[in-house]
Design a protein around this ligand. Structure first.
Ligand code: JCF
Length: 682
């Protein structure tokens, strides 16, 4: 090979490295990719091939190093040149003001102290060492003095620069930060683990820890980890004096210039009261963030003042972590009860020793189904970790095996329905056990009536769950149609029922008789027929007799109706008692206007939306229903047919796909504008 033909691969490799490094930074740090994933992969494969052919091209800052290296025997040990400290905690505003008072006192300063505020990420602290801009070492915090050498693993994390960008950095620069797994990546990882029959992780923090502890960094490379820089450590050599400005916030800005991810919520505030405001504001935003946080870190913003303040034993005097209420707590599983739902599904519910978690007292949590109980390996009497995040229902996430009492007993699934004693069966391929009693079962009957009266169904004002239970228990009603023959004296005779409320209930029942075909179909509670499907059925068939007479083939022609749902609908109308119930309701006066099959076009007719990520001002489920009400189709996945993706924070693969396909993307605010512009009041 001639001189010049050797030079070509070398310059191409250099070019590829620069391009890939830039794409990587845009993707992982700036969150603004410029090329689709496939293009990145193509460039990476080209570089890999060149490095394979000419091994002298390989270097530790090559983007090919991010895919991981052969497994290690064990992690080496690293001594931190400057100890990695932890933070003191504050649990309320008084403790925060006390912290501020101590700072003032030490500094002998009476005027306001400026603080830097940032979310406290729930991950693992790491130290990254750069020599002349090249990443040479990554280490865990360990005990603060000595950590483990995880250089191979940190190289696989996209938001960690392998070489610093820009200029002016000190020749020795240690950057410290938190490695964590964003919520979206965590959910996807667990879904993958479940699909492969492998163990699922309890929470993003544990998943991050497990991923970082891999001796085989090729596994770490497949895990969606990120690193957010929060301080510098050891600094020496050229530029070490002038490289970094005085305030913490401007120092972090400098780290961002050199290629690091810093927290987007970071802010400087003038005094402690503003810190407390920041804490409240972020607390409200907590669930909408794409990552778990367990508090807010406040730091005296001036580095000069930080140095004056110094340290006590293991923590700096110039920083404090104001913690949020814990989202996970340990408590005891006292009992498991089995609840029967509207479709007969038998759901195990954990009765717990009451515990304060996520800001409320929790004494029940769902255990979902038999598979979940097996996965947790939970027994009666166990100590369990319960988690309640935001408005999500409390979950049992794991068992503390160390605390298992000797008499812990297996949880026995009932063979007979706890309410009606009909056999409970689990169909092949299903995880859900169901009571076979149908409407003989008091529980299913109660749930069917509750559903019928609910807001999105016939919307009987004032007929809540408790009242339905009372009416069924008192044998005043046994089925939905009976609601319409209730008499005033029967209702008044109920416990805690006044004459006015009874009259109002009768009035509301009367009003509810005037409904729409879609609401009526939804109210029947056919399995898998939600609001959207009910609406599609009403629109497609136009009248009830056409729906009750439809065979499965014609049902499948309706939007969103597949073979399974078609089967449930067909089956429902094959059963004489269901047809009787429908006739009974019509006899009682329930009615709806005939609708034209070809309805006038709704404003979003023919458009397909995908909703992804977390929202803070509207529930995702509500957003979907509102879009559907305007005629839009809301799909679960992005394709070339998607008209627009509505993405909140923590949007993952769907957002990436939309970017690749060039589909329009809007955020929550734009969605609200869209809905309001079509007359939706929010
Ligand atoms: O996000 C964190 N978990 C976090 C931890 C953020 C910080 O600014 C920290 C920290 C631990 C120690 N700062 C120090 C000094």
């Amino acid at each position: 090979m001639s001189q010049s033909s050797i030079l070509i691969p070398f310059s191409r490799a250099g070019d590829l490295k620069i391009q890939l490094t830039e794409h990587n930074h845009r993707y992982y740090v700036l969150d603004a990719p410029q090329v689709p994933d496939v293009e990145y992969d193509r460039l990476l494969r080209e570089l890999q091939a060149l490095e394979q052919q000419f091994p002298e091209l390989k270097s530790s800052d090559s983007p090919t190093q991010r895919i991981g290296a052969p497994p290690l025997e064990g992690f080496g040990s690293v001594s931190h040149e400057i100890p990695m400290l932890s933070l003191d905690n504050a649990f309320n505003s008084d403790e925060m003001r006390e912290f501020d008072r101590r700072v003032h006192e030490r500094l002998k300063q009476s005027s306001d102290i400026e603080y830097a505020c940032e979310p406290k990420l729930d991950g693992l602290a790491v130290s990254l060492l750069y020599r002349d801009g090249l990443l040479v070492r990554g280490a865990t915090r360990g005990d603060g003095q000595k950590g483990e050498n995880i250089t191979q693993n940190v190289r696989t994390i996209g938001s960690i620069p392998l070489r610093l960008s820009g200029a002016g950095y000190p020749s020795v620069l240690e950057v410290r930060g938190e490695i964590y797994m964003p919520k979206a990546g965590f959910d996807k990882l667990n879904q993958n683990q479940r699909d492969k029959g492998e163990k699922v992780f309890v929470n993003p923090r544990n998943a991050a820890a497990g991923s970082l502890r891999q001796l085989d960094s090729r596994i770490t490379a497949t895990r969606p980890l990120e690193m957010c820089a929060y301080s510098t450590g050891w600094i020496e050599g050229d530029n070490s004096e002038q490289a970094l400005p005085d305030t913490h916030t401007s120092r972090l800005q400098r780290l961002a210039d050199w290629g690091f991810l810093i927290n987007a919520e970071m802010a400087a505030v003038p005094n402690i009261e503003a810190c407390l405001d920041y804490f409240d504001r972020l607390g409200k935003k907590r669930d909408a963030l794409g990552y778990d946080i367990d508090g807010i870190v406040f730091k005296v913003n001036s580095h000069a003042l930080q140095q004056q303040l110094g340290f006590v034993s293991r923590a700096p005097r110039w920083a404090i972590a104001h913690k949020f209420p814990a989202q996970e707590e340990i408590t005891e599983l006292l009992d498991v009860e089995f609840q029967v739902g509207r479709t007969g599904a038998v759901t195990p519910v954990a009765r717990l020793q009451a515990v304060f978690v996520g800001g409320v007292t929790v004494s029940n949590a769902t255990l979902h189904n038999r598979d979940e109980i097996a996965r947790l390996g939970v027994k009666l009497g166990d100590s369990v970790i319960v988690r309640r995040a935001g408005d999500v229902i409390p979950q049992v996430v794991s068992v503390v095996l160390d605390k298992r009492p000797a008499d812990a007993a297996d949880i026995i699934y009932p063979l007979l329905c706890p309410v009606c004693e009909s056999p409970v069966e689990t169909l092949a391929g299903e995880t859900v056990a169901r009571c076979t009693g149908g409407l003989i079962c008091g529980a299913q009957r109660k749930e069917a009536i509750k559903h019928f009266a609910s807001r999105k169904a016939l919307d009987v004002d004032g007929l809540g769950d408790k009242l339905v239970e009372q009416l069924v228990d008192e044998k005043l009603i046994a089925a939905v149609a009976d609601l319409y023959s209730l008499e005033l004296n029967q209702i008044v005779a109920l416990d805690r029922m006044g004459i006015k409320s009874a009259e109002n209930l009768l009035q509301a029942l009367n009003v509810s008789k005037n409904t729409s075909l879609a609401k009526f179909i939804y109210a029947l509670g056919i399995r898998e027929v939600g609001e959207a499907t009910a609406r599609s059925l009403a629109k497609y068939f136009g009248n009830l007799p056409a729906i009750t007479a439809a065979d499965q083939e014609s049902l499948k022609k309706v939007d969103d109706v597949g073979p399974i749902v078609a089967h449930f609908i067909f089956d429902f109308f094959q059963q004489p008692h269901n047809l009787e119930a429908v006739a009974g309701l019509q006899e009682a006066g329930v009615n709806w206007p005939d609708i034209e099959v070809a309805e006038e076009n709704l404003p979003l007719e023919g458009l397909s939306y995908v909703v992804t990520g977390t929202f803070s001002q509207i529930k995702r489920a509500d957003a979907k229903v509102q879009l559907q009400n305007l005629g839009a189709k809301v799909a679960g996945s992005v394709s070339a047919k998607t008209h627009c993706v509505i993405a909140g924070p923590a949007a993952g693969a769907k957002l990436t796909k939309a970017q690749e396909l060039g589909v329009d993307i809007i955020d929550e605010d734009a969605l609200l504008v869209l809905l309001r512009s079509h007359g939706v009041s929010l």
